[in-house]
Design a protein around this ligand. Sequence first.
Ligand SMILES: Nc1ncnc2c1ncn2[C@@H]1O[C@H](COP(=O)(O)O)[C@@H](OP(=O)(O)O)[C@H]1O
Ligand SMILES: [Mg+2]
Ligand SMILES: [Mg+2]
Ligand SMILES: [Mg+2]
Length: 306
Amino acid sequence: MATNAPLIMRIMALSINTAKRAGVIIRDVLKQGDLGIVDKGKNDPQTEADRSAQRCIIASLTKKFPSIKIIGEEGGSDLNVCDDWLVGEQDEAFLKQICPAAWQDAKPEDFVIWVDPLDGTAEYTQGYVEHVTVLIGIAIKNSAVGGIIHQPFYKQSSGELGRTIWGLKGLGTGGFTPVKPPAGEFIITTTRSHSNALHQKAVDVFNASKVLKVGGAGFKVLQLLEGKAHAYVFATPGCKKWDTCAPEAVLEANGGTLTNINGEHYEYHADVEHVNSRGVLASVGNNHKELVEKIPLEVRQAVGAM
Ligand SMILES: Nc1ncnc2c1ncn2[C@@H]1O[C@H](COP(=O)(O)O)[C@@H](OP(=O)(O)O)[C@H]1O
Ligand SMILES: [Mg+2]
Ligand SMILES: [Mg+2]
Ligand SMILES: [Mg+2]
């Protein structure tokens, strides 16, 4: 069964276990205490956990799927990793499911895998570890189709640390229970470390009943999926394709929508520009278009020109 399953199913099943292994690395680096912080730019830290988790993920996926294009946030990594970091086992429970017909015949050259080994690095270094996620996004022919969002520091009721959420368009989601956000309120989730005046102007027009400021694209989309917020607003460039590929696929597999602030989907082919230059707008209801229209034209034009 496992080796005969369609390629998308095998990539998803290996990505689930690889994201979990990366989560262990992220917890271990924090436990050991020396984060090895390097500044990649303004408000853009990288730690030993980002570097090591990326090596683990890309080495494992490359070994099993050598002809598939993989793009990671932390650039070209040394893939000569210890056996302990090489994940070869696929998640068997995931493989038992039926592959949606649309993806059954996808070939290696149709795929790009977008890896954010640690989303929410600023929050990781500041102790907001529950905001941290590992993101593995799978694009087929330009579109975000499948995604894994692993939360290394999520405390399960059993006491176990970490949980892994997946979504595949046409199949659905797993690893959590979707909840609808409360009716009669409008709660926005947005950045806590990359705001600016223009972005704030876009948030303000919604006149939200609450604005949650949290780290990471993965964590913000989880808040939408778990009914903590109605919309994710980020009206400025800054986040990248590896931030949105997995969250977009998981959210849309559950009926939500993730686009730029003009309501257009991003493309995820291998040559696309990495920056999401027109921001992010994500929602769970069926009023995405209305939300897009609320964003003032002057903000839209200024973000487009940045
Ligand atoms: N102005 C900016 N410069 C660099 N990275 C940015 C950015 N704005 C957003 N990002 C990246 O987008 C992700 C989500 O940001 P935020 O938490 O502010 O919503 C983070 O990913 P990483 O933590 O993986 O780098 C963050 O670094
Ligand atoms: Mg980063
Ligand atoms: Mg990120
Ligand atoms: Mg990252």
